[in-house]
Write a protein that binds this ligand. Structure first.
Ligand SMILES: Cc1ncc(C[n+]2csc(CCOP(=O)(O)OP(=O)(O)O)c2C)c(N)n1
Length: 361
């Protein structure tokens, strides 16, 4: 398992991947820490908003910040991301306004934003389905001739994020078969957070998850997902291979979902406090903070960040509470880009149905 920052915050300079991060100094690591800390705060606020009845549901990302932020920083702007529903850290690094994530979970809309604004596709709640979209998009990149040109501003690839549970879906196997057969520029980034709701990885997969990639003939690597440097390093290597025409990579990031699966889940029903405590000691933020402090990052940096996090939290609360209920018929607006007779028919039916209540009153 690739690890470049130990749980006690010591940076490793040996091993195959150390060169991949040698250009990252304290300033870059402070940026990554900032991303991780702000996402954690946003995540806590969103969880609290759900508890206050302001959101219908929220999938917390606490514990997975290093896997997400490290890998996302290794991407080029022209690369394309296909996330599932928990990739709040990736969203931030791609430049998406985090408040946008709240819209889906408040029922304001069905989860839409312009995917091309940040090359960050809309989330998939159907587990694993988006890996097919990722491979398909990667095949398109290949046919556009945007791999192996040697021009760093032109070569591009796709990364798709999903969980250990999703790796059991048939869609993921199909996506990998096509990616391997066509040598498509796609990175399969599996965050093994140990649980698929209440099913542990040991039940989900009798063998290591990383071997699933190897089985498809895809170069595969297991990384400490709580280590932001390692996550960056293995993703950077995968991006380089994909850009150069070398095809797909499978990454298993070993991490932990510290919170509930979603706010409708109670993890105390299926896992022990002991297990949670042992992973809490591997908290990805703590180890980077320890490292930064040892490197000379002062208390002022953390104090300013704390203030920024408070402001971010307050703005998330204000934003969420300021949202007005959308017009019911707006759910038909974005099914197709243009007019579609079937959707128009459904819209008309719905309009009459709603009007029926007014008449009854
Ligand atoms: C096709 C499909 N089957 C079942 C579900 C219900 N479901 C939602 S999340 C989940 C578990 C996902 O676990 P994992 O892939 O490990 O991702 P994590 O939630 O841990 O990030 C399941 C079974 C779904 N959303 N889609």
């Amino acid at each position: 398992m690739v690890q470049l920052l130990t749980p006690t915050g010591t940076r490793r300079t040996d091993g195959d991947y150390a060169d991949r991060v040698s250009h990252l100094g304290r300033t870059e690591l402070e940026t990554m820490y900032r991303d991780m800390a702000l996402v954690r705060r946003f995540d806590a606020e969103a969880t609290a908003l759900q508890r206050h009845g302001e959101l219908g549901l929220w999938p917390p990302s606490q514990g997975q910040e290093a896997a997400q932020v490290g890998s996302a920083h290794a991407l080029s702007p022209q690369d394309f991301v296909f996330p599932s529903y928990r990739e709040h850290g990736v969203a931030r690094v791609r430049g998406l306004d985090l408040n946008t994530l709240l819209l889906l979970y408040r029922g304001q809309q069905h989860g839409g934003w312009d995917p091309f604004a940040n090359n960050f596709a809309t989330p998939s709640l159907v587990i694993g389905s988006h890996t097919l979209h990722a491979t398909g998009y990667a095949l398109g990149i290949q046919r556009d001739g945007d791999v192996g040109t040697g021009d760093p501003s032109r070569d591009r690839c796709v990364i798709t994020y999903y969980g250990d549970g999703a790796s059991s879906q048939g869609d993921v196997s199909e996506a990998m078969v096509f990616a391997a057969s066509a040598n498509a520029p796609v990175i399969f980034f599996c965050q093994n957070n140990q649980w698929a709701i209440s099913v542990p990885t040991a039940v989900q997969s009798p063998g290591p998850i990383v071997d699933r990639g190897t089985g498809f003939g895809i170069p595969s690597i297991q990384v400490d997902g709580n280590d932001v440097l390692a996550s960056y390093a293995v993703t950077a290597a995968a991006v380089e291979r994909a850009h150069g025409g070398g095809g797909p990579t499978f990454i298993e990031a070993v991490t932990y979902r510290m919170g509930a699966h979603t706010t409708s889940d109670d993890p105390t029903r299926y896992r022990t406090a002991q297990e949670e405590e042992s992973w809490r000691r591997l908290d990805p933020l703590e180890r980077l903070r320890t490292h930064l402090e040892a490197e000379g990052t002062g208390a002022e940096f953390f104090a300013e960040l704390e203030q920024e996090a408070d402001e971010l939290g307050a703005s998330a609360r204000d934003y969420c509470r300021s949202l007005q209920s959308p017009a019911p018929e707006s759910m038909f607006d974005h099914v197709y880009a243009g007019r579609h007779s079937l959707v128009e028919g459904e819209r008309a039916w719905f309009h009459d149905y709603e009007a029926g209540f007014e008449e009854a009153e």
